[in-house]
Structure formats: structure tokens, C-alpha cells
Design a binder for this molecule. Sequence first.
Ligand code: ATP
Ligand code: MG
Length: 283
Amino acid sequence: MLRIAVQAKGRLHEETMRLLEESDVKLSLAKRTLLVQSSNFPLEVLFLRDDDIPQSVATGVADLGIVGENEFAEKQEDARIVKRLGFGQCRLSLAIPKNIEYTGLGWFEGKKIATSYPSILKDFMERNGIHAEIHVITGSVEVAPSIGLADSIFDIVSSGSTLVNNHLKEVEVVMHSEAVLVASKSLPQEKEAVLAELLFRMEAVKAAENKKYVLMNVPNARLEEVIGILPGMKSPTVMPLAQEGWSSVHTVLDEGCFWEIIRQLKAFGAQGILVLSIEKMIV
Ligand code: ATP
Ligand code: MG
């Protein structure tokens, strides 16, 4: 039985649970307990605060964890990142009051910086030879400059609206972050095997994200042109329709280029275009 530590509530909770569900790990979450066993996969889920996830994995309380890379980097615990999960994207940035002129990193020399990420900040300042005073606060870092607690902040930014609301401007991006799957440095062989299966499933889920399965009817005379604009696949599936002179073409399209290609397909005479979501894709 493999044990995975996940955020009990907060910004990563929902996407984490969805990833497990889409990987067909069934969990009965009716009554909220600290530890929940899957009914169909050798996995149990331990619900923690995100701050505690890196240490729980490093000490072997859990075998795996899903946590923000920022939190993992800050805690400097002894564990390995096995997969970047593509959600919970944000960055850790330095920000200063918006009406102050920024003159480059040297601006921070001798300044007071409020943050919940002291070790990442300390590393960054040391690497750049800047001596700043780091002031640790655990919540509402963004208000520190306006109440005179610090000259600037080092904090999580995603849309930037929190900064704007607090009359701050982002001046340096120190780290990009997303949710990561982390694992204990060494796992017994049977646990590694369960991890490999879990990874295989997660990859199938991830591969299918932003992909659509597209079916359409195409006049045979235009088949070559249609096939010519379908990207990426080894080859589309082409099957004759009952109606003479027509074929059914099946392919997989990326959401990014989807509308552009559909428009061209229509121009080439494709009809009855059906678009389906893909649950999993094993490439
Ligand atoms: P906990 O109660 O588990 O300690 P928390 O309040 O420390 O939760 P959250 O605000 O839930 O943490 O954020 C968890 C993680 O989500 C962050 O560490 C970061 O990796 C990620 N994240 C993504 N976007 C944002 C954002 N806009 N603001 C804050 N965190 C974000
Ligand atoms: Mg936290």
C-alpha cells in the first residue's frame, strides 16, 4: 500500500483529487478523515496542510506527495520530484511599491523584504550578492509595505491582481512553480511498482488533456487535401461511408489549433464534424 500526502484544502486540493479520480483511483470521501484508502488501487491518501507535505515524504510518513514546487523548494527536504503536474501554476516574485523607481537588483541592498519563503529568498539574494533583511510573515505578506513592516515583498504571484490591489509592482521573477508529485528518496520495490502504475495512469490522463477526438465525413475527391492539414498524428483513420464517394475520417486534434483546422476542414468540404472529449491517451 502506497501512501500519498495531498493538500487537505486550499488551492491545490481540487485539482489533486481530480487527477486521482481521472487516474481511476477510487476514494470514498463521504466522511472526512485524515487517511482514506482507495477501494480499487493500492493507495491511501493522507490529507495535510501543504507546509507539512515535503517533510512527511522526506521522513517516510508518506511515500508520495503532491505539493507546490515553491513549497517543496522552500522546505529543502530530502525527497525527489518525479513528475510535474501542470496545474497550480504561479511564480515567486519580488515586488516593490508601484510609485518607487526600480533600479535593478541593487535596489534591494539593505532593504527589508517581507516573505513566507525565506530560504528561497535567502538563496537568491546570496547568489546575487545582495544583503537584504528578510522578515518572515506567514500570511497577508502583500500588506507589509503599506503598514511600514517592510520596503518590499517576496511572494506568490499568479494573475498579479493582489499586487495591483496593494499598490505594488512585480520587479523580479525568482522562480516559476507548479504542482509536483514528489516521492521518498528510496522506496521498496513493490512500492516503486505501484508508483510506476500510478505514473502511467497520470501520464495517460495528462496526454489526453486539451485533446479532442474528431470525426468527419469527407468527399473522396478532397481526402488528400484534408489529410494534408491534419497535424501530428501518424495517420488519420479513413473508412468508407455507405454513401458512395464519401469517407469518414477520424483524428485527434489539439485544442490550441482546433478552430483553425476545423475552419480549413469545412473549406475542403468536410461535413458532419463531431468533436469528442478524450478521457485517456496512451501514446
Ligand atoms: P495550507 O492550508 O495547506 O497550508 P496554504 O494557504 O499554505 O494552504 P494555498 O493558498 O492553498 O496554500 O496554496 C497552495 C499552493 O498553490 C501554493 O503553494 C502554490 O504552489 C499554489 N498556487 C497556485 N496559484 C496560486 C495563487 N494564485 N496564490 C497562491 N498559491 C497559488
Ligand atoms: Mg500552507
